[in-house]
Design a protein around this ligand. Structure first.
Ligand code: CP
Length: 306
């Protein structure tokens, strides 16, 4: 069965069957990544543009690697070296890129809704690589894949997303994705960083990190997004770290064998200590490896629909 949409804009409303198909397809591509020759001819002849209006290390490189592993032709657009600096509008930029006959566009932008807007501007398959504080669907898919790989299931797991929920596109995609897959989802952070009425999405709110550690099987630790003025939502970095930072001492105090995820980039010593970030309970670099397989799966499933 193909996916139910020819775009991946977010995980809100995406059926369980689609998520299952992406995770299962990624398992096949994960095996390709272990081969001496990490390349298959699946998307030969397809042209993909990576349109990054915001900085990225993991998402941009893993999309680019995924495209190369699938034998697609890929082109990278960096806003700083483009004609945007001469005043060209977003709409004109997109129309000019599409005039060069591209098949798929991967887009990251600071404005929520950019990926959806692109679907109105051009006929290519659109993949959201992060739109403002809205969604980051491939991050949530790789999080789900990594947990399923480690713990063997998603259904019934207790997953808590910790930190700056209000500014996080990872949080929203995690909530939609994990809930669809049957996980029991909660959020934990300072009250100033928990959106009002978030319970309406079917998540529990926990304000005490020790309680969150005791109650959950998985903690997904979010970065404090200093570039989005997150610093204004608590008195000091030290205070945030004291109340919500994940340290080995805190994990041991609560006597819980909890799995630690972090989407990266990490603020060491702020939301997570180096000891935990490099320790035995975390799967942060496995998440990054699995991200290539997830992005290969998404590109393959969308790219072979047309
Ligand atoms: N997790 C994530 O989106 O990282 P980048 O911003 O480096 O892509």
């Amino acid at each position: 069965m193909p996916l139910s949409s020819r775009h991946l804009l977010g995980l809100q409303g995406v059926p369980k069957e689609d998520i299952q198909l992406i995770l299962d397809t990624a398992t096949t591509f994960r095996e390709v990544l272990e081969r001496p020759v990490k390349k298959v001819p699946t998307l030969q002849g397809k042209t993909i543009v990576n349109l990054f209006y915001e900085n990225s290390t993991r998402t941009r490189i893993s999309f680019e690697l995924a495209q190369k592993r699938l034998s697609a032709d890929s082109v990278n657009f960096a806003v700083s070296s483009s004609s945007v600096s001469k005043g060209e509008t977003f709409k004109d930029t997109i129309r000019n890129i599409e005039a060069m006959k591209v098949d798929m566009v991967v887009v990251r932008h600071a404005a929520a809704g950019t990926a959806l807007y692109l679907t109105k501007l051009c006929g290519s398959n659109i993949i959201n690589a992060g739109d403002g504080t809205h969604e980051h669907p491939t991050q949530a898919l790789l999080d789900m894949y990594s947990i399923r790989e480690k713990l063997g299931k998603l259904d019934g797991l207790k997953v808590c997303i910790v930190g700056d929920i209000a500014h996080s596109r990872v949080a929203l995609s995690n909530i939609f994705g994990f809930k669809t897959m049957g996980a029991d989802v909660s959020v934990c952070g300072p009250s100033t960083m928990i959106p009002r009425n978030i319970e309406e999405l079917g998540v529990k709110v926990i304000y005490n990190i020790d309680e969150a550690i005791k109650e959950n099987d998985v903690l997904n630790i979010l970065r404090i997004q200093l570039e989005r003025k997150a610093r204004e939502y608590f008195p000091s970095i030290r205070e945030y770290s004291n109340y919500f930072g994940i340290t080995e001492e805190r994990l041991q105090k609560n006597g819980k064998d909890v799995l630690i995820l972090h989407p990266g980039p990490i603020n060491r010593g702020v939301e997570i200590s180096s000891e935990v970030a490099d320790g035995s309970k975390q799967i942060i670099l496995q998440q990054v490896t699995n991200g290539v397989a997830i992005r290969m799966a998404v590109l393959y499933l969308l790219g072979t629909m047309n």
